[in-house]
Ligand binder design. Structure first.
Ligand SMILES: [Zn+2]
Length: 203
């Protein structure tokens, strides 16, 4: 699985130009059909998700190209999941209130918050390393009150650093979270498993 920008035309052009690389061996990825089409739940309703598949011309392993709008194995878009995390981190809301605001099941939202809380320290560490990598002279964010909030704060700092460094107007908290985690922000084994070292941020 490789994360790519949400712009499908751009992904096709990068595939055709040999600009996407295998996270296993570094070989060039070529188009290889599509993954199963499904729908994810966006902030304003269902969003079709029909990811491109690719196959490494080096090692032959196939990789799904997951757009930065989606998290691995989540039925809701990354924007929705990350907005729940931000609501707890920045506004101190509990899962019931967040679930009501997002019109999502209470247990679903509780699961997101719990899973993120369990790995918040590791997430904070990973994004702090990224912050230093993107910004040569990073302003480390003030601790916001608790490791959960700190982890979200440093994700936001990476998003701001990416915008500043690459002159981008729009790189969201959610896109940054997906790109740096390779879609695995809430997936088992991350951080600590194999994370793609060149996240595909939208350009
Ligand atoms: Zn390969």
């Amino acid at each position: 699985m490789v994360t790519v920008e949400a712009d499908l035309g751009r992904v096709e052009r990068r595939l055709a130009a040999g600009e996407l690389w295998c996270p296993s061996c570094g070989g060039v990825l070529a188009g290889w059909g599509r993954a199963r089409p499904r729908q994810v739940r966006g902030p304003d309703g269902p969003v079709p998700l029909w990811p491109r598949r690719s196959r490494c011309t080096g090692c032959g392993v196939t990789h799904v190209l997951l757009p930065v709008t989606a998290l691995l194995r989540r039925a809701d878009t990354a924007a929705v999941v990350v907005s729940a995390l931000a609501a707890k981190a920045k506004r101190g809301l509990g899962f019931r209130r967040i679930a009501a605001e997002l019109a999502r099941p209470v247990e679903t939202v509780r699961g997101w918050l719990r899973r993120f809380a369990e790995r918040a320290e590791a997430v904070r560490t990973v994004f702090t390393i990224w912050l230093a990598a993107v910004d040569a002279d990073p302003v480390m964010p003030d601790t916001a009150g608790g490791v959960f909030a700190d982890a979200v704060t440093v994700i936001a700092a990476v998003a701001a650093a990416v915008r500043a460094r690459f002159g981008l107007l729009r790189v969201s908290l959610a896109e940054t979270a997906v790109a740096v985690s390779g879609g695995r922000l809430l997936a088992p084994g991350w951080p600590g498993g194999a994370v793609q070292h060149e996240p595909a941020l939208p350009r």
